[in-house]
Design a protein around this ligand. Structure first.
Ligand SMILES: *Cc1c(COP(=O)(O)O)cnc(C)c1O
Length: 370
């Protein structure tokens, strides 16, 4: 699904040099590269604060802690996402309110959010799924008019851009109260282990986030709030500094591969290629087809027999996951999510795909669907 090796070989001299530099300095925790990476990412995103942490799941949890959400507060998010998004809501004893995605873009439905808001709603977590922004303008309007925080889950969309109706363009993760991302190796901006970060323009919130990532202290050994231990390793920060310089080029390469897929698979009966929304760029963390007529699993097997990997993101809606049955939803409560779970198929997508690989994959699919 991803080819981290070829990418590494292309960047090897710079990466090896940066990693060796950290090891030579022995500044493994909070070395200079951590602060420098935060500043460079801040500049890239056009946001006032970037605070790094240990992974994307921590980033989401820290955001909810820093906003002072209390047990019972309702948090609205999409049923069609990776488990991390709801896991942290439940860990903090907040109340998870799941809503349907839009079947075209896979992103959270604005209408569904509107219907789910109650006086107890304290936050909305739009997930910019598969590399394309959720429709943030109406979501922000809803949030402002109800005094609700927006926590953007940017794990799959670092570098994507949203265009507002007045022409303003903003990077994913810089529109809401706080943005949370992951640097897991396969993400668009990935390190060589775990990593994550939070973005915000709010100075007070940034200070609170920084304190929570560091055991709730501002002055050493004086603990003002309950915190966690969540740090980005210096070695990972050094790697990310190299890779951030290539992020736009990485995302461009993904887009090229997606265009090849679109061209070859676009007209096939029973296959729907990913819908592009007018308001967002798509940086294709995943290239995800919808396969109708119950043929998804047989296509997947067929690809496997030809040595082509594919994945189902995500096979089971969150409301049907064993650990989340206590949320109390009925099996039929989310027809859109349920249908998508049965139809989606993600194809190999990374920065190193060549025409030969793409043609082999699309040729195999075309032979089955023509
Ligand atoms: C990857 C991912 C996360 C979690 O990131 P980790 O760094 O693996 O903890 C959260 N949300 C979404 C949508 C993701 O894809």
């Amino acid at each position: 699904m991803v080819d981290l090796r070829t990418q590494y070989e292309r960047l090897k001299a710079d990466i090896d040099n940066s990693v060796a530099g950290v090891i030579n300095s022995t500044a493994f925790i909070k070395g200079p590269d951590v602060g420098l990476f935060e500043e460079e990412l801040q500049r890239y995103l056009g946001v006032r604060h970037v605070i790094s942490c240990a992974n994307g799941t921590d980033a989401l949890q820290i955001a909810m802690m820093a906003l002072g959400l209390k047990p019972g507060d309702e948090v609205i998010t999409t049923n069609f996402t990776f488990i991390a998004t709801v896991e942290v809501i439940e860990l903090l004893s907040l109340k998870t309110v799941l809503v349907e995605p839009d079947p075209g873009t896979f992103n959270i439905s604005v209408e569904a959010i509107r219907k789910a808001i109650t006086p107890n709603t304290k936050a909305i977590v739009p997930v910019h799924l598969f590399g394309q922004c959720a429709d943030m303008e109406p979501i922000l309007e809803l949030a402002h008019s109800h005094g609700i925080h927006i926590i953007e889950d940017v794990a799959q969309a670092t570098g994507a851009e949203y265009r507002f109706s007045d022409g303003t363009v903003k990077k994913a993760g810089t529109m809401g109260t706080v943005g949370c991302t992951s640097f897991f190796p396969s993400k668009n901006l990935g390190c060589y282990g775990d990593g994550g970060a939070l973005f915000t323009d709010d100075d007070g919130l940034a200070a609170m986030i920084r304190s929570i990532t560091n055991h709730g202290m501002k002055v050493r050994y004086y603990h003002d709030t309950i915190g966690v231990n969540s740090r980005l390793d210096t070695i990972q920060a050094a790697i990310l500094r190299v890779k951030l310089r290539h992020l736009d080029e990485f995302n461009e390469a993904r887009l090229k591969a997606a265009e090849h897929y679109d061209r070859e698979l676009g007209g096939l009966p029973g296959i729907t290629v990913p819908q592009r929304s007018a308001f967002s760029t798509h940086i294709f963390h995943q290239y995800t087809l919808r396969i109708e007529g119950g043929r998804r699993n047989s296509l997947r097997e067929c690809l496997e027999n030809e040595g082509i990997p594919s994945m189902v993101y995500y096979p089971v809606p969150l409301h049907m996951q064993k650990a989340y049955l206590h949320l109390g939803y009925g099996a039929d409560d989310f027809p859109v999510t349920t249908r998508l779970s049965g139809e989606v198929l993600s194809l190999p997508m990374h920065t190193e795909m060549n025409d030969e690989q793409l043609s082999y994959i699309t040729g195999c699919i075309r032979s089955k669907f023509n």
